[in-house]
Design a protein around this ligand. Structure first.
Ligand code: NAD
Length: 252
């Protein structure tokens, strides 16, 4: 296997579980230094062990930072520390995300704010801290993990759908701002992927989703990681401002 990220450094938010951890492990397996942001120490330590095991070179750096990505000042501070320590971040993956589902009629302002802050304001926070150094370096790639729900909408998820559609508009605008400096920004829109986020859904909901997937099976975190590898490496150097749905054909 050819290593596609040798010499690159990557920051993955929500890299302690599910899709983010799969991306972190695959990036390490392709030679990158990997930093993950998360909120749970036990999960972060476990993730770092898995990422370390995936490394192909002992000199590759792996670290975690406990930080709530919705908090601008904290995010700014930890990214500055990371830049001081590593000198650069080549790949930013905004993956941290949550759901607080309810019909709009019953949705509290707290659940609206929480989902918008964790899923969307976090993207503003990390991108704002990293675009200047990426522009100066005239290199870098940003990958925002949106969702097919951001493309189609879904009853019971107005907060989540708004955050995920918002990421798409944000990414396209940022791609236009950064293209002349050779910095790229793209979205991945996962369909239904087996992680903690989806394991709580009832069997009937899972069966209903499955019936809408032309490829006939639920996705795995590695399916998203493969797309994130492509968008993170130079194989995608002529692609910016795009939304890549990785969903077994659910949305086409
Ligand atoms: P998950 O719940 O397994 O993992 C979410 C990660 O985000 C965890 O590492 C968690 O610690 C981190 N996180 C949550 N809140 C945070 C905060 N405030 N600050 C820092 N980190 C925080 O979820 P997943 O299924 O792996 O989802 C990852 C991303 O993919 C999310 O953005 C989600 O919306 C998106 N997505 C998932 C699916 C799916 O079917 N699983 C589908 C479409 C999109």
């Amino acid at each position: 296997m050819q290593a596609l990220l040798t010499g690159k450094s990557a920051l993955i938010t929500g890299g302690t579980a599910g899709i983010g951890k799969a991306i972190a492990c695959l990036y390490a397996a392709h030679g990158a230094d990997v930093a993950i942001f998360g909120t749970n120490q036990t999960r972060a330590e476990e993730a770092v062990r898995e990422i370390e095991a995936a490394k192909i070179n002992p000199s590759q750096k792996v670290l975690y930072v406990l930080v709530d990505v919705s908090q601008s000042k904290e995010v700014e501070r930890v990214i500055q520390e990371l830049l001081t320590s590593w000198g650069k971040i080549d790949i930013l993956v905004n993956n941290a995300g949550i759901t607080r589902d309810n019909l709009l009629m019953k949705m509290s302002e707290e659940d609206w704010d929480l989902v918008l802050n964790v899923n969307l304001k976090s993207v503003y926070n990390t991108c704002r801290a990293l675009t200047r150094p990426m522009m100066k370096a005239r290199a870098g790639t940003i990958i925002n993990i949106s969702s097919v729900i951001g493309l189609t909408g879904n009853a019971g998820q107005v907060n989540y759908a708004a955050s995920k559609s918002g990421m798409i508009g944000f990414t396209k605008s940022l791609a236009k701002e950064l293209a002349s400096r050779h910095v790229r920004a793209n979205c991945i829109a996962p369909g239904y992927i087996e992680t903690q986020m989806t394991e709580g859904l009832s069997t009937s909901v899972k069966e209903a989703v499955l019936s809408k997937i032309p490829l006939g099976h639920i996705g795995r975190p590695t399916d998203i990681a493969h797309a994130a590898l492509f968008l993170g490496c130079d194989l995608s150097s002529y692609i910016t401002g795009q939304v890549l749905a990785v969903d077994g054909g659910m949305v086409m």
